[in-house]
Design a protein around this ligand. Structure first.
Ligand SMILES: *Cc1c(COP(=O)(O)O)cnc(C)c1O
Ligand code: SF4
Length: 347
């Protein structure tokens, strides 16, 4: 366990360590934006790069250095590299794989809000991410149409204000933590003003892929809020959880933020008992509880990541047989028309 008292960790030195030399926005600007750049950073030679680079099928390459630093050099099967490198297999078409498998387009009461389940509503807070994951179910999402001007925010918040049963708002995207602190703080203040909202949940991959985003200023704003905060991070493999990530998580926990993780079950990346067990154990070690393990959606361009429901259930059964219950995530899938995500028992 990471010690949680500030007496044991000196916050200023911690921040310096997290931020390296650049602040997070500079780090994001310097992220790798082509397969060739990414592969060169991993010491592949020109010929290998030529053989490995595939067209990106309309979903561009984007990978921050902090994530690439955790990959093995010259390893074409590195579980982190596989998540972000465009592969020729993305061009494989399959009749069961389409561009909006969750039919989210039909649950938008108005642009920017997805109110599908009772008690909570999802706000599309940002139109992009800090990393582009090749398996993403939103890789075909019309984000730009969902981009909100400030006046349009007021409309989304007005919708939430008119629904007193909404107790929790989920900021999603894209990735809400790509917003700057002033933008986020304005949004948090507007949400605090809606009296029936008790909790604010942030779905973000930035604490994992760009941990410098977790600044002291950000944490202090959350700690000073009347709302309870939950951050659901997204890590798929224990190798993603380096010391920089551990320190960002420790800072969040010192500011009373509850941390959960959702993963996607991905062929070659984490579809083994050893990989899933190691992931859960490392998450716990740095103060994050496993929440969901999502079965991959039928998204066009992602057939090479697919793992079947039966295989997922068998893996969960193996986890349950060998691990503490709270380290076993819920195996889930989103199915259009249900009142919650579907959770599958082990098999
Ligand atoms: C996943 C999801 C939620 C949150 O579901 P929980 O089971 O509470 O984590 C809410 N709204 C939408 C649209 C979702 O996809
Ligand atoms: S961070 Fe999340 S939303 Fe963004 S590309 Fe990756 S999986 Fe998709």
């Amino acid at each position: 366990m990471i010690p949680q008292s500030t007496a044991q960790i000196e916050p200023l030195s911690l921040i310096k360590h997290i931020q390296h030399n650049d602040d997070w926005r500079t780090q994001l600007r310097k992220a790798y934006r082509s397969p060739a750049q990414l592969l060169a950073a991993l010491d592949f030679d020109a010929q290998q790069i030529l053989a490995m680079t595939a067209a990106d099928q309309g979903f561009s390459t984007l990978v921050p250095h902090a994530f690439v630093q955790k990959m093995a050099k010259q390893d074409t099967n590195d579980p982190l590299l596989l998540q972000v490198l465009p592969q020729a297999a993305e061009a494989v078409a399959h009749p069961d794989f389409n561009t909006d498998p969750l039919q989210e387009a039909s649950y938008n009461p108005q642009p920017g809000v997805v109110h599908k389940y009772k008690g909570r509503a999802l706000l599309i807070a940002a139109g992009h991410c800090a990393i582009n994951c090749r398996y993403c179910f939103r890789r075909h999402y019309p984000y730009n149409e969902q981009r909100r001007a400030r006046s349009e925010w007021q409309q989304s918040l007005g919708y939430i204000e008119s629904k007193p049963d909404i107790e929790e708002i989920i900021l999603s995207g894209g990735d809400p933590l790509v917003l700057t602190d002033p933008q986020l703080f304005e949004l948090i203040s507007a949400i605090e003003a809606i009296s029936h909202v008790k909790r604010l949940r942030i779905h973000s991959r930035l604490p994992i892929v760009l941990p410098a985003r977790i600044t002291h200023r950000f944490c202090e704003r959350l700690a000073s809020s009347r709302l309870d905060f939950v951050i659901v991070v997204h890590a798929n493999h224990a190798n993603e959880l380096g010391d920089d990530v551990a320190q960002a998580c420790s800072l969040l926990r010192q500011h009373c933020v509850q941390l959960l993780n959702q993963s996607v079950l991905l062929a070659q990346v984490n579809d083994s008992l050893a990989a899933l067990k190691h992931l859960s154990e490392r998450l716990f070690e740095i103060g994050i509880l496993p929440y969901y393990l999502h079965l991959p959606d039928h998204v066009a361009g992602t057939t090479h990541f697919f793992v079947s429901l039966e295989r997922g259930q068998a893996l969960i059964a193996q986890m349950q047989a060998t691990m503490s219950g709270y380290l076993v995530p819920k195996l889930a899938r989103e199915e259009p028309g249900n009142s919650s995500k579907t959770v599958y028992a082990s098999h």
